[in-house]
Design a protein around this ligand. Sequence first.
Ligand SMILES: [Zn+2]
Ligand SMILES: [Zn+2]
Length: 225
Amino acid sequence: MGIIDFVFPKRCLNCGVSGFYICNSCLGLVDRAFCKCIYCGNYSYWGRTHKSCNRRGRIDGAFAIWRYEGVVRKALLKFKYSFSYDIVDELVKRSINDIKNYPFNLGSVLSTSVPMKSGKERWRGFNQASLIGVKVAYEMGWKFDDDILIKTKNTRSQAGLVRRERIKNLRGAFEINNKYKKNFKEYDSLVVFDDVLTTGSTIRECGEVLKKAGAKVVWGITIAS
Ligand SMILES: [Zn+2]
Ligand SMILES: [Zn+2]
């Protein structure tokens, strides 16, 4: 129990009913995320990159569990601005069955999260994507390391940029941490976590860095889209 929970008892972030941050009835109002190929934006099964979109060096797919709306959106925002283990716990608990139902065989998995995105996050001292990643990886029995990717370039905030600008903004922004360059190739698949999938440009840029360094299969997983 964190200090925040002690001072303010848990209430649903959407309707205010006590007991949880995410109550069943409010979660019932949130749709599942639309599964799309992050390269063309069109529907694809579980977000797998279409054969026709999958050129050399591109990632194998990315999927989100929920739409970024209602109580899921409120939970992610609340988590972003007031750190609470309980919120991430509830988000992951409510999403894990879908991740377990993932239909492709990933074999042995090494997972990581997108590096901190802005000075603001660094100031707050925690990386939301990494906290989600730790919990999901634990539930899935995957290995997790949050410093496989490092950010080498200070980028502008992605908010307010259109797809093309986002991709350009992030180009060359990530690198693999030297100490992982050898051992990540021992795994069948790599998974990159983030909190929200918008255009997919962050997951895409991170994943392509891993592919370039020799990763066989790379998927992105996010809570919402
Ligand atoms: Zn509610
Ligand atoms: Zn496509």
